[in-house]
Design a protein around this ligand. Sequence first.
Ligand code: DAH
Length: 379
Amino acid sequence: MPAIHEILTRRLDPAWKPGEPSALLPDYAERMAALAQAQKEIAEATARFTTAIAGADDAVTLQAVRNAALSRENGAFTEALALMPQLTVEEKRVSGRALNLGKALVEAAEKAKRDALERSRDSGDAIDVTLPGRRPWTGRPHVLAQVREELLDLFHGLGFSVYTSPEVELESYNFGKLNFAPDHPARDAHDTYFVNSEVLLRTHTSPGWVRAMEERKPPLRLVFPGRVYRAEAVDASHMDQFHQMDGLYVAKNVSMADLKATLNAFARAIYRRDVPTRIIPIYFPFVEPGVQMDVQCATCTGTGRVREGRCPVCKGTKWVEVLGAGMVHPNVFRAVGYDPEQVTGFAFGMGLERITMGRHGIHEIREFLQNDVRFLEQF
Ligand code: DAH
């Protein structure tokens, strides 16, 4: 004859997850203590069932544990109680009492657990109409894309179309045909990533003009938005990749006055209706004359000073540089097969990060590419 506790443990399943039965039955500890005093092994087997009942996550698992313990055909307690007639009077007295206590405890735990599962299912189905709604998460264009779209919109209104050109560019388009002489120090301003001696990652969007002019006949009125690369040491104001937008207008009799009018239209649309601007001479190999346009510093409103002293944005100069520009150099026209006696043109090029940082007071250029939603969702 098998021992009673052996029958009781036969149908235990090691996959059952234990839970805490005193959460189901407030008097569990007392009842368990009484049972342990009556018969230790039966108490241990009972605890295996009650903890499995407490740990059951769903009605199906609960039913499986219940059946293993109490099923009328082959439940562990049913089979153990069926052995009673074969025991001595003394054994019957001890084990019979313990088995009845254990069985009652399993039944009580099972009923409490079944009620609890039902309650949680009911409340899971109910809709609490007093809860605030959950706003769906919506994406948005990146702040640089927003500024790019705004610029494209502006230039579209001024008659410019978009032209895109490769980020992996020939050295001759990035430099040579833009009138950078092979050993000219102007190349030093562009810390270039070379793929090989003829191929590089473009350092500016100006090579787009060369491609557009080689491909098309004048007149041309184009903007060239895109990503550019420089082998910079990365810090708060330098990245090894950033964005530019060049513009090019080539036709008969395009003049410096056209350039100034276009740049002022740009500054008024993007900065402020009445923002003071200035144009000062500066050297770029692909334009002659070459200029830089500055807008009045918005931080110190052109005084060069803030309350604490020198303005940190313009460093006291009262102006901030926004772009490079100029009249297309005759050598560039020659390089693309245009006749500089027949056409003239202006060009400009601006950095999108610079405009965006100025507008939003962003002091860390690396934020643009870090994809931190806490940064991006501000714009
Ligand atoms: N490509 C120049 C740079 O990245 C910027 C520039 C200057 C563009 C003058 C122009 C221009 O179109 O006319 O430094």
